[in-house]
Each structure stands twice: as C-alpha cells, then as structure tokens.
Design a binder for this molecule. Sequence first.
Ligand SMILES: *Cc1c(COP(=O)(O)O)cnc(C)c1O
Length: 373
Amino acid sequence: MRVYNFSPGPSALPLPVLERAAAEMTDANGTGQSVMEMSHRSGDFRPIIEKAEALLRELMEIPGGYRVLFLQGGASLQFAMVPLNLAANAQPDAQPGAGKRALYVETGIWAKKAAAEAAKYAEVVTAASSKDRAYTYIPSAPAPAPDDAYYHITLNNTIVGTKWAGLPETGGVPLVADISSCILSEPLDVSKFGILYAGAQKNLGPAGTTVVIIREDLIGRAPEWVPAMLRYDVHAAEGSMYNTPPCYGIYIIGLVLQWLKDSGGVSAAARRNREKADLLYSYLDHSSFFRSPVEKPFRSLMNIPFVPVEEDPEKRGALEKRFVAEAAGEGLVNLAGHRLVGGMRASIYNAMPLEGVGALAAFMKKFEEKARS
Ligand SMILES: *Cc1c(COP(=O)(O)O)cnc(C)c1O
C-alpha cells in the first residue's frame, strides 16, 4: 500500500512517474538498456537530458540569456559555488572573507548555513534576520550597494515554513535564490534573478541532482584557482557534462516535468498547492488545539509546521510524539518537525495530492477530539 508521505525531502514522487520508470527500468526507449547503464555521451542519453532542460525552460518560462545546469553536491554545494564564482578573491591564499561583499538575508537554518559557507570566500553582510522571532516571518531588508557582488535569499524556508511574499529590490545587484523547496510550486519571474538553484529531492526528482539556472553574464567570473568542478564556466561550456552527470536523476526529473506539464503546468500546480495549503491553514487557524507558528503573510505553500497549543513542554512533547506515531499508523508518514525546531510539519510538495492533505486534516480533527474527551 502506498502511504501519504509528508517528508520534507527526499519526498514523495508522482505515482505515474514511478510507474513509468519501473516499466522502463530494463529497456528505456527501445534501447535494450536501463537509463542507468547508458553512456552519458551516447545518442541514447542525449535526448533525455535535452528533454529535461527543454521542459524546465518551458514550464518555468526561462528567458534566453540564462543557462540551465544539472550538477551534483546538492543545494549545499551551491552555498559554496555562489561565492566562489561571484565574490572570491583572485588570490588563492587570501584571508577568509577577503572577497567581494555579498548580502544575505537570514530567514532560517538553510539561509544561515548558506551565509556561513559564503563567509569563507566573501565579505558576508547579514542584511536582515528574522531570528528574533524564531524565523516565523520574513524581515524587510535594506537595498544593496551598487558594487555588491550579489544578494542572497532563501525563497522558501523548508524548516520553519515561511516564504518570501515579494522579492527584494536589488537594483543592478544580482539576486541569488535558493529555491530548493519551492521550485515549480507557483509561477516565478526568472528574469528577476541572477542565479536560482535547487536540490532536486523536494519538488523535482531524486536526491543527487542540483538544478542551477544562471544568467549568462554571471558565468566566467571565478578566479583561476577555483577547482573545475566548482566553476559555472566549466559546467556551462561542457553542457553539464564536464564529468559524468547524475544521469538517472536527470531522467527522473524529465519524467516529473512531463507529468507536471501534462497536469496543467506551473499555474495549475499553484492552484492545487494553494488549495492544499488553505485546507491545512484554515483548519489550524480555527483549531484551539493545534496552531501554526508562522505569521500569516509569510506562510509557505510547501512546508506547513504546526504545534499543539498546550504550553507545558512535557505534555506538548508527549502529544507530538503520539501524533506522529498514530498518524503513521494510518498511513500518514514523516510528520515530525525538523530536529532543530520540533513540533510537526507537513511538507506538501507538488506530488502530494489534495486527498492526502484532506486525510491529514481529518486525522488532526479526530486526534483533537480524542485528546479532549
Ligand atoms: C533541503 C534544502 C537544502 C539542502 O539541500 P541539499 O541538497 O541536501 O544540500 C538547502 N536549502 C533549502 C531551502 C532546502 O530546502
């Protein structure tokens, strides 16, 4: 039996994608091979990566003048690649942080990690932080100076469940965004960004592939000492095939994108995502048993944390534990909050159907009634 999987990542994939991959497992496209067995430079694999890129360009309406790269190392490697390529000092033996100035908005744990990694190569300035209220909102931040190397945001904060309600004004300074947990969840104007990056394992496919969308003028700025594998210019020049790319992951991403296109594209996904999120938020806002810790204008469509209203930490901890265990017993799995913040969290990416969210809301209601009686 398939469960409803609320995992924050790796997360649920659309069933039709898994079924198609299973059907093609030993013989893809009549080649007599699995995609896993193909040479990445062969005529068999070439159409697979080309189709994945073409679908991503179509679905995200990526303008000309941007390159799409399929890399490895997760979003976490982008935390280093962005500063290495856009801000690092020309001297390999420069002091840590001796690069150009880059602004970071600290909206959660991933944003903080990104800034900490960048601080090894760039002069990192925290433009604003929402740490004062446990990252439950998105702070407003000052505009960058014209010669800042870039301005980094985390568009959707997976752990705390916030998202940017609008984009910051950065003038001519490239806006760089981690979109790991919101890529393709609703329309996004790519032309507003210098770089977008996302680990695949939330809304795109299996872990192991990272998608980078980069404006062409930002390619070729890395100092010479930066290793080949960490350079956008090398990966762009080689069409993501400087070395062996994550072939099977790229193939699954292609299937996921085809599924998304067949189900109406990004605006249809956004309507479904809004409906799913509204169902949970309206339940939470009317419940006197559970609540959402996130301030209303900044609530994520993808990751919805919730906590019991109970204030006694011991009782609350026990309720949370029981909730997660009993939900799993009903086929609603991976609802525990992040280990750093506790509570519960429902991650409801594109592949989560409305029925799954409905089942969760019904379970919450039942749990609440039982706990009160
Ligand atoms: C999951 C996640 C990451 C970490 O991704 P990896 O691919 O594991 O490196 C970074 N940022 C955000 C916003 C995430 O959701």
